[in-house]
Design a protein around this ligand. Sequence first.
Ligand SMILES: CC(C)(COP(=O)(O)OP(=O)(O)OC[C@H]1O[C@@H](n2cnc3c(N)ncnc32)[C@H](O)[C@@H]1OP(=O)(O)O)[C@@H](O)C(=O)NCCC(=O)NCCS
Length: 139
Amino acid sequence: MSSLEEKKKRAKTSIVRTVFPGSTNHYDTLFGGNALKWMDEVAFITATRFGRSKFVTVSTDRIDFNTPIPEGHFVELIGEIGKVGKSSVVVEVSVYLEEMYSEYRNLAVKGEFTFVAIGENRRPVALFSEDDKNSFNLN
Ligand SMILES: CC(C)(COP(=O)(O)OP(=O)(O)OC[C@H]1O[C@@H](n2cnc3c(N)ncnc32)[C@H](O)[C@@H]1OP(=O)(O)O)[C@@H](O)C(=O)NCCC(=O)NCCS
């Protein structure tokens, strides 16, 4: 079994999307609801690649929309594993605005999503065996 840090590293996920007119608001910038959906998706993929379990979103922490993202830009959404619990995992999501025709790039949105691994009865299940937890130094 690989170390926890290696597992976290392998789970890091990046999705690049284009802000087309269909995903904007009436100010021609990315609609917040679409940003949240894309963030939840990249976070879900990150959690699943980390735990290789069924996960559901249980909570979103504070989400900061720092900069509007105009139509006709790329956005790169990056999910990284943060705190790992018994059945839960926190995914930190960063959204970078990127101009299409220059190297300009800026951190536009940041937030955290917590996922819980569930079993067949949709109740929480442990992410790791006792042996794995000992080798990972998890409580
Ligand atoms: C996820 C779900 C099964 C958890 O059930 P629960 O009875 O709250 O679970 P528990 O109290 O046993 O907690 C299980 C873990 O979730 C964490 N957790 C529960 N509620 C949480 C919350 N609001 N925020 C952060 N973590 C939370 C607990 O800290 C615990 O973590 P740990 O195992 O790492 O220590 C249940 O809340 C659920 O089904 N929610 C709906 C999920 C869903 O449909 N999501 C789709 C988006 S709407």
